[in-house]
Write a protein that binds this ligand. Structure first.
Ligand SMILES: *Cc1c(COP(=O)(O)O)cnc(C)c1O
Length: 217
């Protein structure tokens, strides 16, 4: 789907929700997409991208950054502690803070590097055992822990279970964010970003609807 069509759908969803389209950032999720597709979206003027893996991001974004100014990279996949420093040097935002050790490791590197990306806590709203994220009941405590480390915590992120109505999960995430005074909500993907916008998403993460089906292999 052309980028302009996605932007038109975002604008329509914002209109319907009485929101300003400027308050919703479109993160174009470029994981495992061929570079030519990513390049085409950059050439159209888009600058905000999402990647799941530090290694993959480190392999392709330095080159794109040499050719295009103003790229903003968001890491949206599970993060191992031994990749934290590289992640912090590469990305402007990390959406998957999910455990105390990760937060303390980030805090330590933030001291050394003198900078820190915007951070989002991943909440496992569906309480799925295979999925990362803190449980909803643990979220308030974890927010307080991250804040105590003086880290730039901007909001919360979730990935709803594939077989459930996503809006219930978006509403739950919005509720947890509101009671913790967090304004950022990273939620909504190709199949459900309009409903995420209706429930307050500030960052939607859209991959296949922009780039086409992912090519693995
Ligand atoms: C891959 C991925 C997306 C994008 O998914 P699409 O369905 O292709 O839009 C969004 N968020 C996360 C965390 C992802 O891993």
């Amino acid at each position: 789907m052309p980028l302009a069509e996605i932007q038109a759908r975002i604008a329509a969803a914002c209109d319907a929700a009485g929101r300003n389209a400027k308050d919703v950032k479109l993160i174009a999720v470029s994981k495992v997409q061929p570079n030519a597709r990513v390049d085409a979206v950059l050439a159209e003027g888009h600058r905000i991208f999402g990647e799941n893996k530090v290694q993959e991001a480190a392999g392709k974004w330095p080159d794109f950054r040499e050719r295009y100014d103003g790229i903003e990279l968001h890491l949206i996949g599970p993060l191992q502690s031994n990749k934290v420093k590289q992640a912090m040097q590469l990305a402007q935002a990390i959406h998957t803070i999910d455990r105390p050790k990760l937060a303390t490791t980030i805090a330590r590197h933030a001291q050394d590097l003198g900078q820190c990306p915007d951070l989002y806590i991943q909440v496992n709203t569906g309480e799925e055992p295979q999925k990362s994220g803190v449980l909803p009941a643990e979220a308030d405590d974890f927010v307080a822990q991250v804040r105590a480390l003086d880290l730039p915590l901007k909001g919360l992120m979730c990935i709803p279970p594939v077989d459930e109505e996503p809006s219930l999960h978006f509403a739950l995430l919005a509720k947890i964010a509101a009671r913790n005074d967090l304004s950022g909500l990273s939620m909504g993907m190709s199949s459900d970003f309009e409903s995420a916008i209706a429930l307050g998403a500030t960052h939607i993460r859209v991959g296949s609807a922009i780039f086409g089906e992912r090519v693995y292999g």
